[in-house]
Each structure stands twice: as C-alpha cells, then as structure tokens.
Design a protein around this ligand. Structure first.
Ligand code: G1P
Length: 296
C-alpha cells in the first residue's frame, strides 16, 4: 500500500483510429466504433463506463473518416431543442447524460496506423503529466458495475499501473497480450511480473489476457516515444509497459463482467444478443423469437 493516496485519474484515452476492415462494407463510411450494439454505438459503452468511474476528460485518438464520432459526442442542438420542445424529456436526458461537457472532449489524429502504442503516444500532450485511463472500445465489457469503476477502487488502494485481465481458453492466448503474475494482493489483484504481446500458445506465461482497460502513469509516454516495433511490426503498448515495469508497479485486476470483442463479427453479434436479453424493454419480445431461431 502506498503511503500517500495516488493522484486522481481524470482523463481517459480512447484509440479509435482503426480502419475496421473486418466489418466492410458496413465500415466503408461509418467508423466501426459507431456500429451499434442494440441501440448504442460501441464507443458509447466505453465512454459511459469512464463517466461512471468519474472521468472528467475524454481523449479520442482518431483518424481520417472518423468525424461521426466527434459529432456523436457533441451537442446536437436542433435534435435536443426539438426533443425538449416536444416534451420528450427521457430522450433528451439520455442524450445529455452521455455527452461530455463543453471543453471536456479532445480529438487528436494518429495520422499513420503504426500500432496501439503509437496511438496512445499521440495522446501525450493532451494527457500531460497525470495518470490516465485507457479503453480499447472494441472490447465491450458488460456487467453490474463498470470495469473502470472497479479498477479505480484497486488503483486507490495500490496506486501504480492497473491492467484489467481475464482468463481465455489456452488456444486463444496468441491473439492477445498475456500477463505473468505473482503475489496475491487480495480483491482479485495480483502483482504483474511479466507480459508478452501475442505469444505463441506454447510460450504464453498464463491464460490471463489483457482485456483492453488500463490505468497508466504518464511515464509510459517516454517509453512509447522510443519504443521499437514489436509483434506484427507495430509499436506495441505492451512492450512499453514491459519497459516501465522495471521502474513502477504493475497490478492485474480480474474484473467482474463479461467481455464481448466487438472487433470480431461473432463477438459483435454475441454482444447484441446478450445486451438485448438484458434489456427489460426488449427481452420479452426478443427471447421467444431467439428461441425459435436457435431451434431451427
Ligand atoms: C490489443 C493489445 C493486447 C490486448 C488486446 C485486447 O491488441 O495490444 O495486449 O490483449 O488489445 O483486445 P489488438 O487487439 O489491438 O491486436
């Protein structure tokens, strides 16, 4: 336990520059982060998770053709004024609740697809010298309480860098960053002793993968600045975290919730089904239909 309480996490970074080629033709014009799960864009789930955790500033690392994301998190004046005038207060409040305040969202372009590490590095000037949350929005985490809110609890106990992890079938570990752990700190928290990005299945140190939610200290930016390309020829965040592990604490946290990889068609479809079944306004009509389809 740190003697002084760790610095507050006020900002969250969302890398959203990916081309979304796996979802063509849907993503020819529409950013993949704007594809909807039930009735909400994928990116909004991650932003709402950050809002729930008390995040105050939202940094989007975008690219060309991602303007819809910027518009989505802006005030839609005509729409909101019309909803208000027509007395549609529930819809009005819903839009308002997930829209950052004026000046509380920043957009920066990655320019070149050089990897996740490079995307995060592009946020350095906006984040500045303070800890920040990082969400990979493709990984939609659904649960009673948001993953970031749970992670902030861990962070307030231990400080340092916190990485959300979960167990996957052994044969899938080569698709992810994988952690090696030691030292049980209680509350599903362990000290991280090693990490490897996209290991061979037979070389993976565990079946615990990096789930796309991080709380990181700003010293990561200096590591990213000189990070050489790693797995897949890309500048990897995991490699920069390994470099920082020599100087700072890294803790893993096994969160409560279910992850749906919305960067993959099957994961995306599963997210739609699971979240629709969790909606009291949709489930009664949807479940019988789904049962019928499944029995075919
Ligand atoms: C990235 C990270 C990886 C993590 C994964 C989660 O990989 O580099 O460590 O496990 O996200 O989705 P990517 O999916 O960008 O290849």
């Amino acid at each position: 336990m740190n003697s002084k309480s760790p610095r507050k996490v006020r900002k969250a970074v969302f890398p959203v520059a990916g081309l979304g080629t796996r979802f063509l033709p849907a993503t020819k014009v529409i950013p993949k982060e704007m594809l909807t799960v039930v009735d909400k864009p994928v990116i909004q789930y991650a932003v709402e998770e950050a809002i729930e955790a008390g995040i105050e500033h939202f940094v989007f690392v975008t690219g060309r053709g991602k303007g819809a994301i910027e518009d989505h998190f802006d005030l839609a004046y005509e729409l909101e004024a019309t909803l208000k005038a027509r007395g549609k207060s529930a819809e009005f409040e819903m839009l308002k609740a997930s829209r950052p305040l004026a000046g509380a969202a920043s957009f920066v372009r990655q320019q070149e697809p050089l990897g996740l590490g490079h995307a995060v590095w592009c946020a350095r000037d906006i984040v500045g010298d303070e800890p920040f949350a990082l969400a990979l929005p493709d990984m939609l985490i659904h649960g009673r309480r948001g993953c970031f809110a749970q992670m902030i609890d861990v962070y307030s106990r231990h400080g340092g860098n916190i990485i959300a992890v979960e167990e996957v079938p052994h044969e899938h570990v080569n698709r992810y960053g994988v952690v090696a752990l030691a030292g049980d700190m209680g509350h599903e928290t362990f000290r991280i002793t090693g990490m490897v990005e996209k290991p061979k299945v037979e070389e993976a140190p565990s079946d615990l993968i990096i789930s796309g939610r991080y709380i990181l200290q700003p010293e990561i930016f200096a590591k990213l600045a000189t990070q050489k390309p790693g797995a897949g020829g890309e500048i990897q965040l995991t490699d920069a975290m390994i470099a920082l592990m020599g100087e700072q604490d890294f803790f893993s946290y096994r969160f409560e919730g279910t992850t749906y990889d919305c960067g993959d068609k099957v994961g995306y479809l599963a997210a739609n089904v699971a979240l629709a079944l969790d909606r009291p306004d949709i489930e009664p009509k949807f479940r019988p239909l789904l049962d019928k389809l499944v029995k075919k």
